[in-house]
Design a protein around this ligand. Structure first.
Ligand code: GLC
Length: 438
């Protein structure tokens, strides 16, 4: 892509979104991920909002078609069949009117909704109020589900019951807890991912057995949240998930000024307070980061991963914390071609090419830069954004990047990388080498 202008690259990013469109929703990439994924679609909607607010709404509306009666928005909506992905709808065995998976993913939805709404109003899109209002109610139902189903003990932290819910499938953060999950499955495992991408970059077979053991366990609970909570052999109060939920709640509070009732505004502020308090308790000054909590062992998850910085999207750090976090993030960048690694190179778990065990993901950088900006660390935020834009310009719209070489890895023509490019290029502004004014 080196000889292209930024205008051409923006066009190329839009072309990827058009190519991955399957009728109002966008697949993450062809074949490897042939359905609608929850947080991918939220990022994609923010990308669409830059040039087509109507299509941005459609992305969220199609995702909501998969929302369960109890409020959960599933991690995959299987709008149309495909045989290039495992586990498909027959393995999940859920009972929604459209086939879906039975677990969820980070609720970036609320963040996206605010941005889509603002873009639609700016563009004078007809029916923006009605569309936002309907999606606001869907988001509110999903936030209520989170608190009820995933924080029943009111810790102010929401738990994941499956590593796939975190969006960081095989992160070292789950190693200790996942090792307790048996490798036995009642479902026959027929991996398809390693037919599309080099197995050395993907989660290991043993991880897959445990992932499917969890799916079997929860399907046997009839996907009932309370039964799953009781049966779960994997249960982690995740700071990344909680931070995204808290931030999305803040965005809903903003929308609630127009679209919510007085009770809904109070309810959202209560949820927000509870989550911020929960997150604040997870700060570990000796590590300069936040840590998740393993609800089964009662122990801190001290593996260093990108999740440890995600609370910045929701919390206002004090000066001491801000200095410590920015110094730590700088340290994680040292000696690398592209940051921020999802696992730092000084960690024994670091693998620069294997999925969530080191590689750089554009959407992670998008959130972390956003959190740094909110916390007044503008300079570092901009460097992360420029680094991400530069990595995409060199290697293409790949799923993720090797931090030691900058090589683009995983699936190509990836939707959320295309969306991230458009958004981050504008946010990074014109101070980067060769950057144009947005
Ligand atoms: C992988 C990622 C997850 C993402 C999905 C589709 O499962 O770990 O975060 O949503 O792919 O891109």
């Amino acid at each position: 892509m080196n000889d292209m202008t930024r205008f051409d690259r923006d066009e190329a990013a839009r072309a990827i979104l058009a190519r991955n469109d399957r009728g109002g929703y966008t697949v993450p990439t062809d074949r490897l991920y042939p359905f609608q994924w929850n947080w991918d679609s939220a990022f994609v909607a923010i990308g669409f909002a830059l040039f087509d607010a109507d299509r941005a709404y459609r992305e969220l509306e199609r995702l909501v078609e998969g929302q369960w009666d109890d409020g959960m928005i599933p991690h995959i909506v299987f709008h149309a069949p495909s045989d290039t992905y495992f586990p498909g709808p027959e393995v999940w065995g859920t009972r929604h009117r459209i086939p879906t998976s039975g677990i969820t993913q980070p609720p970036v939805f609320g963040m996206a909704l605010r941005q889509v709404h603002e873009a639609a109003v700016k563009a004078g899109l007809p029916q923006a109020q009605e569309r936002t209002s309907a999606l606001f109610q869907a988001a509110l139902r999903s936030h209520r589900w989170w608190l009820r189903a995933r924080d029943p003990d009111s810790l102010g932290l929401v738990a994941i019951l499956h590593p796939w819910e975190s969006g960081s499938d095989n992160s070292p953060a789950w190693d200790v807890a996942l090792a307790r999950v048996p490798t036995t499955t009642t479902t026959t495992i027929r991996r398809k991912d390693t037919g599309h991408v080099d197995a050395a970059m993907r989660p290991r077979d043993e991880d897959y057995q445990r992932f499917i053991h969890l799916v079997d366990t929860y399907r046997d609970c009839g996907w009932d949240p309370q039964r799953q909570w009781a049966a779960a052999p994997f249960k982690i109060a995740d700071v990344q998930m909680t931070a995204i939920l808290a931030r999305a709640t803040a965005d809903l509070m903003h929308l609630a000024e127009t679209f919510g009732s007085a009770e809904e505004r109070t309810e959202l502020s209560d949820i927000h307070r509870r989550l911020l308090d929960g997150l604040a308790r997870r700060w570990r000054p000796e590590l300069s980061r936040f840590v998740s909590l393993d609800l089964i062992s009662g122990e801190d998850v001290d593996a260093p991963t990108q999740a440890c910085f995600m609370p910045l999207v929701a919390l206002r750090l004090d000066d001491v914390q801000r200095k410590a976090v920015t110094a730590e993030i700088e340290r994680w960048h040292q000696g690398l071609i592209v940051g921020l690694p999802t696992t730092p190179s000084f960690s024994p778990a670091f693998e620069p090419k294997r999925y969530w065990r080191g590689p750089v993901w554009a959407v992670v950088n998008w959130l972390i830069a956003d959190g740094l900006r909110l916390n007044g660390a503008e300079d570092l935020a901009r460097r992360i954004e420029q680094g991400t834009v530069g990595a995409i310009e060199r290697a293409g719209f790949c799923e993720y990047f090797d931090p030691t070489t900058g090589e683009g890895l995983g699936g190509d023509a990836f939707s959320w990388t295309a969306a991230a490019y458009m958004v981050l290029r504008r946010r990074a502004g014109s101070s980067g080498a060769g950057a144009e004014a947005p």
